[in-house]
Design a protein around this ligand. Sequence first.
Ligand code: GRF
Length: 206
Amino acid sequence: MGILISGRGSNMEAILVAVKKQNIPVNPTVVISNNENAKGLKIAQRLGVKTEIVPSSGFKGSRWDYDRKIIRVLQKHEVTPNNGLVCLAGFMRIISPGFIRKYKNRILNIHPAILPSFAGLHAQRQALDYGVKFSGCTVHFVDVGVDTGPIILQSPVQVRDGDTEETLSKRILQREHKIYPQAVRLVAEGKVTIMGRKTIIRNLDR
Ligand code: GRF
């Protein structure tokens, strides 16, 4: 498994800790950042996972040229389109159709809203501005749209009177740290089947 980050890396950390503690059957071989200053890089190293930087600022080529570099790094760390999983965890780039096609149904993302509401940037602010009473978070497969792929798990979070973008984001983030590792486990254990827009989740323990 490879994890792609751009910043803080708290979802990455939640996944890496859960993989170890809860025996999730994946092998996190690399964390890749497009930003050399991403705080998550140090966390990954502390947790014993190799890190790589593929700088995107100042990169002159196309989106696909950039993603080909990422793919080369993934493959170097044995995250292949057949057996690998790629988790986007606060990776602040739109990835190209070529990358998505190559790792078809192997790329996951977390979004801090109940999709399809409030896709794109600043989802928590969008939710507050709209005045919804519940928001939350979504783990989904990545397809060629922005935050549009088949949904694996969602978790609702109540919006409180007086919430600010910061307080709501914080409560949603706590929930993100629960459902992202759960979704990784379900996919890694082969319990998620994609049927068109939908996923069907088979929980063998129940
Ligand atoms: C999270 O809110 C996630 O939902 C969004 O970007 C943020 C990343 O935070 N995609 P972190 O880097 O995982 O702490």
